[in-house]
Design a protein around this ligand. Structure first.
Ligand SMILES: O=C(O)C(=O)C[C@H](O)[C@H](O)COP(=O)(O)O
Length: 204
């Protein structure tokens, strides 16, 4: 099954304390969001991926902010089940393809999308979704490039997610709104589960 079809929303999470990884992932899964993107932006991100992969049944944990072939190897070794990158370079794409792990490379323009489609890649991250042009921009890309499906990410919130999800070329959306930093800091996993359940219900 495609990453884009696991759930309407992929929570993008930044984990500063590895001990929060498992309860956080459990809350997201309990709320109905199995695909979780842990960004490689913090020193404990790989350890967090490994912990979630080992300890949270039902979670499909992936690595985000994958920028180099080294990131690809480290993520796969930690147990990431998908890889997400903000953009794409030939070296990164070769490493991703060679890893055997499903991946969503980032693109933001028609030329970038076409270059990836030329390589047979038709499921992409659209980043940064809102600053790049949002819903009208994605709708316009769908005209000439209808076979490409996206996970738009960047600037999307609970209130705007449905507009993206209504587009035929959007499989799911990514966002950080499900894990507010204050909820994480105070260990309020009940609130995170509630936000996840709300997001899971965005598309029936
Ligand atoms: O680093 C990456 O590769 C990313 O995935 C960046 C994320 O797309 C944004 O950080 C989303 O953040 P929000 O705009 O708060 O939803």
């Amino acid at each position: 099954m495609s990453i884009l079809d696991l759930a309407p929303v992929v929570p993008v999470v930044v984990i500063d304390d590895v001990d929060t990884a498992v309860p956080l992932a459990r809350a997201l899964v309990a709320g109905g969001l199995p695909a979780i993107e842990v960004t490689l932006r913090t020193p404990c991100a790989l350890a967090a991926i490994a912990r979630i992969a080992a300890e949270v049944p039902g979670a499909v944990v992936g690595a985000g902010t994958v920028r180099t072939p080294g990131d690809v190897a480290a993520s796969a070794e930690a147990g990431a089940r998908f890889l997400v990158s903000p953009g794409a370079t030939p070296a990164l794409l070769d490493a991703m393809a060679g890893s055997g792990v499903p991946y969503l490379p980032g693109a933001a323009t028609a030329s970038e999308v076409m270059a990836l489609a030329e390589r047979g890649l038709t499921e992409l991250k659209f980043f940064p979704a809102v600053p790049a042009g949002g819903v009208p921009y994605l709708k316009a890309l769908g005209g000439p490039l209808p076979e490409v499906r996206f996970c738009p990410t960047g600037g999307i919130r609970r209130e705007t997610a449905p507009d993206f999800l209504a587009l035929p070329n959007v499989g799911c959306v990514g966002g950080t709104w499900l894990t507010p930093p204050d909820a994480l800091a105070s260990g309020d996993y009940g609130r995170i589960e509630k936000l996840a359940a709300e997001a899971a219900a965005l598309r029936g």
